[in-house]
Every structure is written in structure tokens, then in C-alpha cells.
Design a protein around this ligand. Structure first.
Ligand code: URA
Length: 216
């Protein structure tokens, strides 16, 4: 099936899935260039996103737009979505069972779009891909899962709260164009993680690969 049709079909299946949590909110499926190199994945829609049914359109979204422009791209060049596709009440953090429930749909959305780089925004999204990573230690580093490079970034909302975080986010964001250029070399790196926290044994690597198989 052609990408656009496959995404429409996926969206329809989310709408029809009566077992999903948070169904009182609007579905914020995601938007952007379906043939993008980079897919940004946030945590869950907030108030403005729920109202407009579009991801990252509030204050954090405005900062994300500025960062995208800073590196010479347009918002329409990238794809933007969230792990959890409906707003948790009072903007609370998404619950593990909510993340779990939307997981198969995110996995399929990634498979259809097939970006080179996934940039998780914030620790929830980062830990979805990299359970052991720490956002302050690992933001801006390049990891590899199968044929995707994962570059975790601070959440723009966190950057709005602190200048240090904003500077770090800008610095890491500026690396994205070079990471795309180096994609072929980086994706051929022998380790699962380009900058592993620890050397993994063969068995551990196998386990990690199996775990990652469930994600992407
Ligand atoms: N924060 C997120 O994680 N996602 C959005 O879409 C908006 C704010």
C-alpha cells in the first residue's frame, strides 16, 4: 500500500479502536513530510494540540518550529508525532499502560514513514526507545536501533523552563543535518549503540535486539 493510504488506514484503525485509553480527547495522529529523513516523537498532546488535532502547536511547538528553522529546514520537511496520541487529562504524564496501548500504532507509523533518524523529544519518548538512557546524560548522542538512528533531545517544554536546557537543545539540534549526512556510516556502526554505556556480551546484544524488534 502506498504510504499516504497506509497512514490513513492506520489513523482509521486508531479511531475505531474502542479499547484505547483517553478516548474522551481528540486524536492527534501526527503530521508532516511522510518521506522525511527525521521524525520527531513527543510524549502526548497538550491542550492546544487537542483543540487543533495537530502535534506541537502550543508554546513548546513554537520553539520546535524555531529550532527546525534554525537548522535551515521547514516544519513541512519533517514528520512530527507523539507516543500517546490523545491528551492525558490536566496534561499529566502519560501512564505506562497508556504508552503500552498506543505502542503498536506508533510502531506501525514508524514502519510506514521509515525515517532515517528518530528524534525522541524528552525522557518519556527517549525511554520508549532506550529504556536505560538518561536524558541529561544522553541527549544529543547518536544511538542505533536496526536501520534507524535515534537521537534523543530535551523536550522543548523543558527548554522553555531553563536556559541551560535550551542551549543544550540548540546545540544538539544543530548536529542533526550532519547526522543525516553521516547516516550511512553511522548505521553501519558495529555496536547497537554508537556510544554504549557498557560493552554488551553477545547474549546481551541478542536480548537487546529482540527487545528492539518489538519496538521498530
Ligand atoms: N508536548 C508533547 O509532548 N507533544 C505535543 O504534541 C505537545 C506538547
Amino acid at each position: 500500500m502506498e504510504k499516504q493510504a497506509a497512514l490513513l488506514d492506520l489513523e482509521k484503525r486508531i479511531v475505531e479502536d474502542k479499547n484505547l485509553p483517553l478516548r474522551e480527547g481528540n486524536l492527534v495522529f501526527g503530521e508532516g513530510n511522510i518521506n522525511c529523513d527525521v521524525m520527531f516523537i513527543g510524549e502526548a498532546p497538550g491542550f492546544h494540540e487537542d483543540q487543533l488535532k495537530r502535534p506541537f502547536v502550543g508554546r513548546a511547538g513554537q520553539l520546535l518550529d524555531k529550532l527546525i528553522i534554525m537548522v535551515g529546514w521547514k516544519r513541512e520537511d519533517v514528520y512530527i508525532t507523539n507516543i500517546v496520541k490523545r491528551r492525558p487529562p490536566e496534561n499529566r504524564d502519560p501512564l505506562p499502560e497508556e504508552i503500552e496501548a498506543y505502542k503498536p500504532y506508533l510502531k506501525e507509523q514508524i514502519r510506514i514513514i521509515n525515517p532515517k533518524i528518530i528524534a525522541p523529544l524528552g525522557r518519556f519518548s527517549m525511554n520508549y526507545f532506550l529504556p536505560d538512557a538518561k536524558i541529561s546524560r544522553d541527549q544529543g548522542k547518536v544511538f542505533r536501533i536496526k536501520d534507524k538512528l535515534i537521537v534523543p533531545l530535551f523536550h522543548p517544554a523543558a527548554a522553555l523552563r531553563g536556559t541551560g536546557t535550551l542551549e543544550a537543545l540548540k546545540g544538539s539540534f544543530k548536529k542533526l543535518p550532519a547526522i543525516i549526512k553521516r547516516y550511512d556510516a553511522l548505521v553501519a556502526a558495529p555496536h547497537i549503540h554508537e556510544e554504549p554505556h557498557k560493552e554488551l556480551s553477545k547474549e546481551q546484544n541478542k536480548e537487546l535486539e529482540q527487545e528492539q524488534e518489538r519496538l521498530l
